[in-house]
Design a protein around this ligand. Structure first.
Ligand code: CA
Ligand code: CA
Length: 424
């Protein structure tokens, strides 16, 4: 098996790199491979000494490996699927919390729709829900320190229900791991979120919160056994127990996401999470992210939704399914470049919905194919949504790319090589 894997690595990358490659757990981001290659580049834990190489198979072992050894470079090798969702939702429930009472108390017919639940006291149903959620949060969140590589070993490594936090940490690599979305046991009802209200949840599978020089490579993100279609409805609204698959917020910078699969999810990736003045102060000039050779499959929206950032998205394959909303969300002060991508839309889906205008920010969208046909994404959007005209010209040209493939080749290249299980 090792010989076959070595041959595959050489076949795939031999033309782009002349140096021999090390084992996946010691590999670093190649030069010029996206925004994470800028400045110091991204090496993760490649320099770890033997005392800081950990092989883990449980959530407790994983968390211990994250906190051992300060900021010395570390490599954490993940074997098999780590169950990070705890024994049960009941195990996190605060004494006195009762969901039936919660539903009765905040029923819109009783509570109304004009105010949210934020000021509710600690001994109220909402206060007890908050306390329960805090217990779950302590369990499912794991904080990744600087100079770390987390790598799955073999073809079936990953996490079920984990929420990795790359919070104000620099130089992190996450590769060859499957993430099944965390399920929030205690979604919050917000009567003021849209006219109908919404259930909102915490926990992204991976959260970049002020994280810098991060390489997400050959990972798979999915709702797995609990898609939104399996979730109940309360107050006529879906009881949404998921948040994002990978959110990049709060001044995060220099991120490369390559060869990942993002699938079977609603709100997939935020780059920037608010238009507010305080968020602008943190995010403006940052949120520089490259997405290349990713498969975005059967998603509703946000692949990604961008605010402020200079995002380069090239050579990705987008496959829309039922309930498709949009792929790229064009938000405040964003400067998206989307080139050489392939879109596969089902019958009846309009190519003008690939772009969604949230804000008047110009973008570059050249050399993209829709169902194999070269398509000017901005022109078709503007023709189909004349009330939401988008402007062309992001005002910058990505310099940090390795090799760009033509869009007609992208599905064949990406579909069978992206995601976890394709490194050895
Ligand atoms: Ca469990
Ligand atoms: Ca989020």
């Amino acid at each position: 098996m090792l010989a076959g894997c070595t041959a595959l690595v050489l076949a795939v990358t031999g033309s782009a790199r002349s140096a021999p490659r090390s084992a996946p757990d010691r590999q670093v981001l190649p030069a010029n491979d996206g925004w994470a290659a800028s400045g110091t580049g991204t090496t993760g834990g490649a320099a770890a000494d033997p005392a800081h190489v950990y092989t883990v198979g449980t959530w407790d072992q994983f968390k211990a490996a994250l906190t051992d050894g300060g900021t010395a470079p570390r490599i954490i090798r993940v074997e098999g699927t780590i169950d990070a969702d705890g024994p049960s939702c009941a195990s996190f429930t605060a004494p006195g919390y009762d969901f039936a009472t919660y539903l009765k108390t905040y029923d819109p017919a009783v509570w109304g729709r004009g105010r949210n639940l934020d000021g509710e006291p600690d001994d109220s149903p909402e206060g007890l829900r908050r306390a329960s959620q805090a217990e779950q949060e302590k369990y499912v969140k794991a904080f990744v320190p600087a100079n770390t590589t987390i790598v799955g070993i073999g073809k079936d490594a990953g996490f079920k229900g984990a929420s990795l936090q790359i919070e104000h940490a620099d130089n992190v690599i996450v590769r060859n791991l499957s993430f099944e979305s965390p399920l929030d046991c205690f979604p919050q009802w917000d009567p003021t979120d849209t006219a109908d209200g919404n259930w909102n949840s915490q926990y992204d599978s991976v959260d970049l919160y002020g994280g810098t020089h991060v390489w997400m490579d050959h990972d798979t993100f999915t709702d797995g056994d609990h898609p939104d279609s399996s979730l109940p409805y309360y107050y006529g609204r879906i009881y949404e127990q998921h948040d994002g698959e990978m959110d990049i917020v709060k001044g995060s910078d220099y991120v490369t996401a390559s060869w990942n699969v993002f699938e079977n999810h609603d709100k997939t990736i935020l780059v920037g999470n608010s238009d507010s003045d305080s968020t602008a102060a943190t995010d403006r000039g940052h949120l520089k992210v490259t997405f290349h050779h990713n498969l975005f499959s059967n998603l509703v929206e946000r692949a990604p939704r961008v605010r402020f950032g200079q995002v380069d998205s090239y050579d990705n394959h987008f496959v829309a399914g039922d309930g498709y909303g949009y792929s790229y969300g064009i938000g405040k002060e964003s400067r998206l470049v989307a080139e050489h991508n392939a879109f596969t839309l089902p019958d009846g889906a309009q190519d003008g919905t690939i772009l969604k205008k949230w804000n008047d920010s110009p973008l570059t969208a050249d050399d993209n194919d829709v169902n194999g046909v070269p398509t000017d994404l901005i022109a078709v959007h503007n023709a189909q949504a004349p009330g939401e005209i988008l402007r062309s010209g992001a005002g910058w040209t990505p310099a940090l790319r390795t090799k760009a493939d033509p869009p007609q080749a992208v599905p064949g290249i990406v579909d069978h090589r992206a995601g976890a299980g394709h490194l050895c």
